[in-house]
Design a binder for this molecule. Structure first.
Ligand code: TXA
Ligand code: MG
Length: 327
């Protein structure tokens, strides 16, 4: 296949072209508010199979089905009477994926054979325009090779996948920057399977207590909990600023990822400050671009200073821990 073109996602013609490709069984990378997705017609098993092939993703890892609104979501999942509509009206469009029992129309390949399906309404005008123009639900994982850092820029997608997909819609940098929170409401107690753009506290305000099972090392319920995930090629360690190992040894080239500027003088070869003012939203939006940038510098190792686990800090630390666990 020739290299996919990158088209401005705000152009109506680009949306029409992308919709046509998806209806014909092709693959389009598109922006969402969280990360870029690699989309195919959710009800075309052959097209969905291409997603797994292109990403080199194991077929045991289910995909999220993207729809334009709650009414469309009802075609694909059985939403429990209690809580669903409150969650939908509070968080959709937005970075919350609801895992519910699936309906028959969803092909088994999308859900990796599970009897549940993850569904969300993305809060990005181009993603919504694409779903509406396609007239179908779009199955989409993050548009990166399996296990690597998720893409938050069209350029990130192009670097890894341009040769293998049909079109990349460029909607600029993703505003949230970490993936959606995956919440299962398929069982008796709501469970967060992956932390993300919506915090547990925000969900609990709407439906009361939820279980959290997304800490690395816990048992595997959502394959996104795999420890080896979000990994840079350069090994990364999470170290406190006062840890002697955090400082570069003589001649060593170390990259630092930190919420704010390190105290005093430092010998890091490369520095990524996520949010000088300590704003977790800004930090989340910058995280994956920062990791990718550090990973492209040919450094010996990467160090991340821990961020406070409040608000989006939970999702940031989750991604950093998985990145560190893969080394
Ligand atoms: O923000 C996002 O969620 C982005 C954008 C593109 O929407 N998508 C994304 O997809 O991150 P992906 O495939 O990289 O991650 C989907 C996560 C995986 O951890 C998968 O295991 C989980 O959702 N998941 C999907 N369906 C599930 C199901 N039926 N049961 C349990 N986990 C499920
Ligand atoms: Mg992913």
């Amino acid at each position: 296949m020739t290299r996919a073109c990158i088209r401005q996602a705000t152009l109506p013609r680009a949306i029409d072209e992308a919709a046509e490709i998806i209806r014909a069984g092709g693959l389009v990378a598109f922006p969402t508010e969280t990360v870029y997705g690699l989309g195919a017609d959710a009800c075309n098993p052959l097209a969905v199979a291409r997603i797994f092939e292109v990403k080199r993703r194991p077929s045991i890892d289910p995909l999220i089905v993207h729809v334009a609104d709650s009414a469309q979501a009802l075609h694909y999942g059985e939403f429990p009477a209690e809580g669903s509509s409150d969650l939908m009206s509070r968080f959709w469009p937005g970075p919350l994926t609801l895992v519910v029992p699936k309906k028959k129309v969803v092909p088994a390949i999308v859900t990796a054979g599970l009897n549940t399906v993850g569904i969300r309404v993305p809060a990005h005008p181009s993603a919504l325009a694409l779903i509406r123009a396609t007239g179908r639900a779009i199955a989409a994982p993050s548009a990166n090779l399996f296990g690597y850092v998720s893409p938050t820029r069209a350029q990130h997608v192009a670097e890894q996948l341009a040769d293998q997909i049909d079109l990349i819609l460029d909607g600029g940098p993703c505003s949230v920057g970490v993936e959606s929170t995956v919440l299962s409401i398929a069982g008796p107690v709501p469970r967060i399977l992956r932390s993300g753009g919506v915090t547990a506290e925000e969900i609990e305000i709407v439906i009361g207590p939820v279980e959290k099972v997304s800490a690395p090392g816990n048992h595997l319920e959502s394959p996104g909990q795999l420890n080896r995930h979000y990994a840079t090629r350069t090994p990364l360690q999470i170290l406190r600023e006062d840890d002697p190992l955090a400082a570069p040894a003589k001649g060593e080239r170390v990259g630092l990822i930190s919420l704010s500027n390190p105290k005093g003088r430092h010998d890091y070869s490369c520095l990524e400050v996520l949010s000088p003012s300590g704003d977790m939203r800004e930090a989340a939006a910058n995280l994956f671009n920062a990791l990718r940038h550090l990973d492209s510098q040919g450094l010996d190792r990467l160090v991340a200073f821990p961020v406070p686990e409040i608000g989006l800090g939970v999702a940031i630390m989750d991604r950093l821990r998985r990145c560190a666990a893969s080394g």
